[in-house]
Design a protein around this ligand. Sequence first.
Ligand code: 5AD
Ligand code: SF4
Length: 433
Amino acid sequence: MSKKLFIETLGCAMNSRDSEHMIAELKEKEGYETTDDFKEADLILINTCSVREKPVQKLFSELGVFYKKKKEGAKIGVCGCTASHLGDEIIKRAPYVSFVLGARNVSKITEVLHKERAVEIDINYDESEFAFKDFRTSPYKGFINISIGCDKTCTFCIVPKTRGEEISIPDALIIQEAQKIVNAGAKEIFLLGQNVNNYGRRFSGEHEKVNFTELLRRLSKIEKLERIRFTSPHPFHMDDEFIEEFASNPKICKSMHMPLQSGSSKVLKDMKRGYTKEWFLNRVAKLRQECPEATISTDIIVAFPGESDEDFAQSVDVVKQVKFDQIFSFKYSPRPETEAEHFTNIVDEEVASDRLSYLQALHNEILDEKNAQQLGKTFKVYFEALNQGGFVAGRSDNNLLIKVKGSDELLGQFREVKITSIGRTILTGEILA
Ligand code: 5AD
Ligand code: SF4
């Protein structure tokens, strides 16, 4: 009987791809099969996130549950960003953990498995050219890492300490991955990096100068590849050439993530984001001018140290001006080994909660208004998932989530869909003949 692997993935899309890599290595080299039930697993992996404090607390409570209820003899491994930053402290706090594997050490999964209490967390380890085995969760779209790490120094962010310096993956390897995905029948690729439009900044070895715009051009030449998505770009690196390629290349999906973080130029400076409110709005204007149909999503942090009422009003002002299609909003969470951890002008917890609620209510109002305008419109939807109640769901080119009545025959197919009713997170439509 094959050995069973249970893997829980927290955090971002990069973590999801790291989990796919670990599953692939464990399947091919160690004969594991995945299971959804941790109680029958021989190996339990938690792929952790450390970007805010909450998921870190969650890790230790979850570990306790796994330990109590796991099968006798099953191993527990902690992987990902919290593994990178806490290292052997995890084993000190939870001595039943068999190994700790950092976010930058994924390729060593089959090694640590056979060592007692291994801690592999070197954040300078270079996996940019490692030939991972193949495993993909979705047959309809494939994630591809295009760079690892991040060279920015945003004062709130722990990522550079957990994923190390930025290294781009050679474009030939990325194109090869994309080709494999398409050959397997998927029509969409999703490019991943902490800072995708800084692509080409540094390669592991000698490499021709290729920037993100050029990478997009090269990928879009792949026949039968229909959609290219990516996350996350950085507003600082959104030059005209990039926006123009985004707008004019028909294979690039028209949804842009533009992480604002704050609308106050003073706070942006304290965050060391490298742009001002004016630059951000200027880039949005350029994008809207070149590509009016594009949807825009963002990340906003409220109550960063020193954020005054006036600073917060600037974030509100940007939200009102841009009318984002999606906002991921967070209360600032102090993180170890970051510059902002030492900032003393902390915003009161109650004020922080009020600001977050205000922002979310404002966004919902904007969303209701925008969604109402979608009624009766037609979108080309790529169907990817079965939903409850006999529905099939997929996304429009500009990333709207849309469901129609239907069955699995629609999965992996494109259809023209007319919107017939509106919800806040999902639109409902009917397929046009
Ligand atoms: N506190 C709150 N939110 C944070 N993010 C990153 N670090 C922190 C932090 N210390 C948010 C940012 C980032 C998203 C992935 O998480 O908005 O874009
Ligand atoms: Fe963190 Fe800034 Fe890098 Fe994004 S760009 S991962 S926020 S340091």
